[in-house]
Design a protein around this ligand. Structure first.
Ligand code: NAG
Ligand code: NAG
Ligand code: NAG
Ligand code: NAG
Ligand code: NAG
Ligand code: NAG
Ligand code: NAG
Ligand code: NAG
Length: 756
């Protein structure tokens, strides 16, 4: 081989393997307004513990992720959650740059912005009215703040341990600062911890430890302690170490106007916080090198997993912004678990499996199989040590539960799709049995005092005694529908483990949604809805268009009987029969749209638009709904049709682009219509799913004319995990402008049907 040819070959290989920078398509501000609650700050790697960003005040608006587009910045803090609701969580380990000697560090030090914040993957920049520019970058457990103060100013950094995101909604879910401490060491660095409680999961006191270092020895450093927020002078402490329940912190001033501040965090100790800092962001680290590392990590670990032939920037921005938004939480806290020591992985900041189990966790599994297996192990380890798997978890504490115990659905989904690895499935099933058999202690939640909102299934006593849930329990009907799906999950795993008696028991229990079905309840030419039911067996009169307040104390949570009556997804054949056959079933799905009941921004209805696939020849209607839902999304700040809900909303649009919809707990994927002429999904271990389409146009010619799966003609409106994901596969679509009657084959399975 001539050296010349070798050089050409090397160039060719380099151009193939050179990483495409998919972060160029990510708008980190996607879904940050209009109730999306996405976090736009720095998350250096998927699932990183450190989430560094601004905390903004704007009247009495809750800043769930810390960020709001307008308002004053009152600190930059190390911990946030993305896409949560209820009330803000975290916003702790903060600091605030201030010019001049700070006479009262307890006063309002917030600053207006000089211009809109700028950010990209791994980088955040805020320009304050004081002419201080703040640039942020991070690693997994540490952050770097690069401050550029105006020339000839006296640069100051205030570390306020009492800083925590407030809530103004009056729901009783606001966070509180409980106590703290901080010590300034002789070399100028500082260490300490803060203790906080409450938030949306009603957690008791939890601690976070920090370790902060600067690029220069501070010219002055003073601790402070005091109460209130007024303009009265705070007393600076004469010692280098303060602790207590008062507000406290430290103020540092510097000579050089370029100040670099590095902070490590840990749930375990300030020693660990310093170790994280020194290991991940050693003193000489440049901001740019952290930004480069974050970009490369996101490209390699997440963004490159889905590649398309598209050159349409609008579509690529939506694809990659959504993909990025899916993996900001949960947080991988392995090695950072303050609750117990274990060789198992540990993940927290789960918000909430109630939101994510339909479309997020099945895509999480496909795109991040290694993390997903660790996540499942962590759910089981939480059960080992805390007694129950979480439906949601934050600051290392379970809560809150909105409906069923949806970890059961998630475990079942993993089990039926062959996730094994290091998972102890005997324990996994035991954890599910705990949900199904052990009533969790009542945590006396004022919003729902009847039973636990912390974990497990609070309404289990009725479920076991009656096979339905009476109004003695709040959210009785929506919980019953979800408990049915949870029990179906137990059936699936029991069957797989060869536990036939348990399998039979839970299969029967999974049909209990039928006990809430009142065939005589009518609405808009339809009869038969799930309704509240008394202990004596009689149904309670119910308008299917109403869910009362749709909240914690009502019979249905966040959606009405029309929606919950479509959610027996493991028993659709029975549902169709109850509703009155194929034509009525199709009309009922149509009515969800015609009567404007369907809300694309709320998870309980996520699957309803695609249930047309359970009727021969009607798959085109699912495609039409899919395209209509797609129009509600974009990559802009208001581009999510509802709260991100920890990426649930983003996962939904990604499935529309792929052209499939998962049925969690089953191996079934309903077929929709792909957006792109080519898409490759990297399944890991060298496997991939390649989806192609010809003759189509995303907006005008999207109806399926024909399909080949793995090279064979396909007449079913569904595929299984085994068909296209287990070993990879191909799906080749022909699309066109009008519907074609191609789904003439076998209907998707209804595994719990029978014995109706
Ligand atoms: C700030 O305090 C330092 C130390 O007490 C003092 O030297 C300096 O003049 C003060 N600067 C201003 C702007 O007040
Ligand atoms: C600071 O608070 C933490 C958590 O309460 C505690 O473990 C630690 O001992 C305290 N340190 C000092 C110096 O008071
Ligand atoms: C201070 O930071 C600015 C902005 O990053 C940079 O342009 C300037 O060179 C720095 N000055 C010094 C003295 O390092
Ligand atoms: C790119 O996609 C957007 C949104 O899907 C569409 O409106 C636009 O027409 C497309 N642009 C081109 C050049 O095809
Ligand atoms: C989770 O975090 C631990 C500790 O940092 C790390 O060893 C592990 O590889 C992480 N898991 C994944 C899947 O990245
Ligand atoms: C109900 O059915 C009647 C008779 O078929 C029809 O006239 C009416 O429009 C229907 N109403 C709705 C809401 O579908
Ligand atoms: C059940 O209780 C309701 C309300 O007390 C009552 O109206 C109804 O007649 C009872 N039905 C039966 C079958 O006892
Ligand atoms: C689709 O084709 C099947 C089989 O040829 C036929 O039975 C069915 O009626 C057709 N459905 C529609 C909606 O045209």
């Amino acid at each position: 081989m001539s050296t010349c040819l070798a050089a050409i070959l090397l160039t060719a290989i380099a151009s193939v393997t050179a990483e495409t920078d998919f972060t160029q398509y990510v708008n980190v501000f996607q879904g940050t307004t209009g109730g999306g609650n996405r976090f736009p700050g720095v998350v250096a790697a998927p699932f990183a513990m450190a989430k560094l960003g601004p905390d903004v005040q704007s009247g009495t608006t809750d800043a769930y992720s810390g960020y709001l587009p307008s308002g004053n910045i009152w600190g930059f803090s190390m911990m946030h959650e993305s896409g949560t609701g209820g009330a803000p969580k975290y916003g702790v380990v903060s600091q605030m740059p201030v010019i001049g000697n700070v006479s009262n560090p307890l006063a309002d030090l917030s600053q207006e912005r000089a211009s809109a914040d700028q950010a990209k993957v791994g980088y955040y920049k805020a320009s304050l009215k004081t002419d201080v520019v703040v640039e942020l970058a991070a690693s997994e457990h540490a952050g770097l703040y690069q401050y550029t103060f105006p020339k000839a100013s006296t640069p100051c950094v205030v570390v306020d341990v009492s800083h925590v995101l407030p809530s103004f909604r009056g729901l009783g879910w606001e966070q509180h600062y409980s106590k703290g401490n901080i010590s300034i060491l002789p070399d100028g660095h500082y260490e300490g911890s803060g203790t906080y409680n409450n938030g949306w999961n009603l957690s008791p006191d939890w601690n976070i430890y920090f370790c902060g270092k600067f690029n220069q020895k501070p010219s002055t450093s003073k601790t402070f302690k005091g109460t209130g927020t007024g303009t009265t002078l705070a007393s600076y402490d004469t010692t280098n170490s303060v602790s207590g329940t008062e507000r406290l912190g430290a103020v540092f001033s510097f000579k050089d106007t370029n100040v670099t501040s590095r902070v490590g965090i840990s749930y375990i100790s300030s020693v660990n916080a310093c170790q994280h800092l020194d290991k991940e962001i050693p003193a000489t680290t440049s901001l740019q090198s952290l930004v480069d590392r974050a970009r490369s990590t996101w490209n390699t670990r997440v963004l490159s997993k889905i590649q398309t032939s598209s050159t349409n920037a609008t579509d690529l921005q939506l694809l990659y912004s959504s993909l990025f938004g899916m993996f900001l939480i949960p947080s991988n806290l392995t090695g950072e678990n303050p609750g117990w020591t274990s060789s198992e992985p540990y993940y927290s900041d789960v918000f909430t499996l109630w939101d994510t189990h339909r479309s997020h966790t099945p895509l999480f599994h496909i795109l991040e199989p290694v993390v997903y297996e660790e996540f499942i192990r962590s759910l089981i380890d939480i059960w080992r040590h805390d007694g129950f798997m979480p439906d949601a978890r934050s600051s290392n504490y379970n809560g809150r539960v909105q409906g069923g115990s949806n970890a059961d659905n998630v475990l079942a989904d993993a089990y039926v799709k062959g996730v094994r690895g290091a998972i102890n499935w005997a324990d996994g099933f035991s954890a599910m049995v705990t949900d199904a058999e052990t009533t969790p202690p009542n945590n006396h939640d004022p919003k729902a005092p009847d039973s636990s909102t912390k974990e497990g299934r609070g309404a289990l006593p009725d479920w076991i005694k009656y096979g339905y849930i009476t109004p003695a329990f709040t959210r009785a009907v929506s919980r019953a529908v979800e408990y049915s799906a949870n029990d179906f999950g137990l059936y699936q795993v029991a069957k797989g483990l060869g536990k036939s008696a348990e399998a039979q028991k839970y299969l029967e229990r999974s049909r209990n949604w039928r006990n809430h079905w009142n065939p005589d309840c009518t609405s808009n030419n339809h009869s038969g809805f799930v309704v509240p039911r008394r202990a004596n067996g009689s149904f309670i009169e119910q308008d299917p268009l109403s869910c009362g307040g749709c909240y914690w104390g009502d019979a249905y949570y966040e959606d009405n009987p029309w929606v919950y009556s479509m959610n027996a997804l493991h028993d659709v054949a029975t549902l169709k029969k109850y509703i009155g056959g194929d034509a009525k079933f199709v009309d009922r799905i149509n009515k969800l749209f015609d009567l404007k009941i369907f809300n694309a921004g709320n998870e309980p209805g996520f699957t309803s638009p695609y249930l047309y696939n359970f009727v021969s020849g009607m798959q085109h209607m699912s495609v039409k709904r899919s395209r209509d839902i797609g129009k509600l999304y974009n990559s802009g700040t208001g581009g999510l049709p509802g709260n991100s809900d920890a990426g649930a909303m983003e996962s939904n649009i990604l499935w529309q682009m792929i052209g499939l919809w998962p049925l969690t707990g089953q191996t079934t994927f309903l077929i929709l219509s792909p957006w792109f002429s080519q898409m490759t999904i990297d399944l890991g271990s060298g496997k991939s799913l390649k989806i192609s389409s010809t003759g189509g146009n995303k907006d005008t010619a999207f109806y399926v004319q024909s399909l080949q799966v793995n090279g064979k003609a396909w007449d079913k409106a569904w595929v299984t995990w085994q068909d296209v994901f287990a070993n990879g596969g191909t799906m080749d679509f022909v699309l066109g402008p009008s519907p074609a009657n191609w789904t003439t084959g076998e209907l998707p399975p209804s595994l719990a049907a029978g014995d109706a």
